[in-house]
Write a protein of this length. Structure first.
Length: 373
């Protein structure tokens, strides 16, 4: 190793487009309009078109995006929302902020994604109290949206896709965020499309849902200062919209760069104690490249000793965390989820990462002497 390899690098993303980002910031500052102005409107339209939806709505962050999507569908106190415990805790936070409660289905063991069979089991056992389904497109790979939408349509339950890690991912040629009533997105700086700060959005092709979400975004105002419904404050600012518009122009190329790095990992990793999925990855945009190991912590420590960044996404499932350790949230056993948290490790992954660094990571893992068990 000649230099440290970070797990991700928002700084590298900025440096790759620094001149254009700086220009967008200067122009926004000079224009004198800083919240919900023309740059937000432009970004909303461009992002929705890029995803393949009709409407986009810029919001303050990804958690708000999921909450507002659910509220726009009428989800509230006393309702249940079927989702996965193998996600960032923000998924559960957004559900609880509506007053509803999450119900966790188990994951399928290959990718860590919500298992449609588990969703159907929850729907069958909880009758009409489940008012929405929130599949999470984890690590940049889509959940099985064909199966999920078939189940959702059978039970008459709307779907809100959590696309916080899946900007540009697709399932059978269709883009994440366009299957359900809403797709919700985060623009946290480490995301495939990241702001210089916080930001989020929802997309939809239903004009009525878009209008309801718009009211919820800003105090329920149809006319300024007059609240028609109880809303909140979750406005994307003009600076972030300008930055995101610059970055959106190269998001496809950045996703392709992630796939090239993933190919190095998929083809090069050969350690018998490290599991790598080598099957079809069509549509995967590799927000993270994850491997599995029964000696995950030892592997993590080995990489750290070589100054190779790696992270655990996630060290505890949501239902295992003190704030959400409620038996009602996990009415069925979650063995795959609980095993996944002990085995998963995210390797370095960001689009500006040199291929030579990816090969160094491969060599370091292949040379690892796993401790005797």
């Amino acid at each position: 190793m000649t230099h440290p390899i970070p797990q991700c690098s928002p700084l590298a993303a900025y440096q790759a487009q620094a001149a254009d980002i700086d220009t967008a910031i200067r122009e926004t500052l000079a224009a004198g309009r800083y919240v919900l102005g023309p740059r937000v409107a432009e970004f909303e339209a461009r992002f929705a078109q890029w995803i393949g939806a009709t409407h986009g709505l810029g919001l303050a962050n990804g958690t708000d995006a999921l909450e507002i999507a659910l509220r726009a569908l009428g989800i509230g106190a006393g309702d249940f929302v079927a989702t996965t415990s193998m996600s960032a805790v923000a998924t559960a936070v957004a559900i609880r902020k509506t007053g509803a409660s999450p119900l966790f289905a188990d994951i399928e063991p290959q990718h860590g994604l919500i298992d449609p069979v588990g969703i159907e089991s929850l729907l069958a056992s909880h009758g009409g109290r489940i008012r929405a389904i929130v599949p999470v497109h984890l690590y940049g790979r889509c959940a099985d949206m064909d199966a999920i939408m078939t189940i959702a349509n059978r039970y008459g339950v709307p779907v809100v896709e959590d696309c916080a890690q899946a900007h540009g991912a697709s399932w059978n040629g269709r883009t994440a965020g366009t299957f359900g009533a809403f797709g919700s997105f985060s623009f946290y700086p480490t995301k495939n499309l990241g702001a210089i700060g916080d930001g989020g959005a929802v997309v939809t092709s239903d004009p009525d849902l878009r209008e309801r979400a718009r009211l919820l975004r800003e105090y329920g105002w149809k006319t300024r200062y007059i609240s028609d419904i109880e809303g909140g404050n979750s406005r994307l600012d003009e600076l972030q919209a300008g930055v995101l518009s610059v970055k959106l122009a190269r998001l496809h190329d950045d996703n392709m760069a992630r796939r090239r790095i993933a190919q190095v990992y998929r083809e090069g990793l050969a350690h018998p104690g490290v599991e790598v999925f080598r099957g079809d990855d069509t549509g995967h945009v590799y927000h993270q490249f994850v491997v599995l190991s029964d000696q995950r912590d030892a592997l993590h420590a080995h990489l750290a000793s070589l100054e190779i960044g790696a992270l655990v996404h996630y060290p505890a499932a949501i239902h295992q965390q003190p704030a959400y350790a409620c038996a009602d949230y996990a009415p069925m056993p979650l063995p795959n989820t609980e095993r996944w948290t002990t085995r998963v490790l995210s390797l370095p992954m960001y689009p500006q990462m040199p291929i030579a660094d990816a090969k160094c990571v491969v060599d370091a893992i292949n040379a690892w002497s796993a401790p005797a068990r």
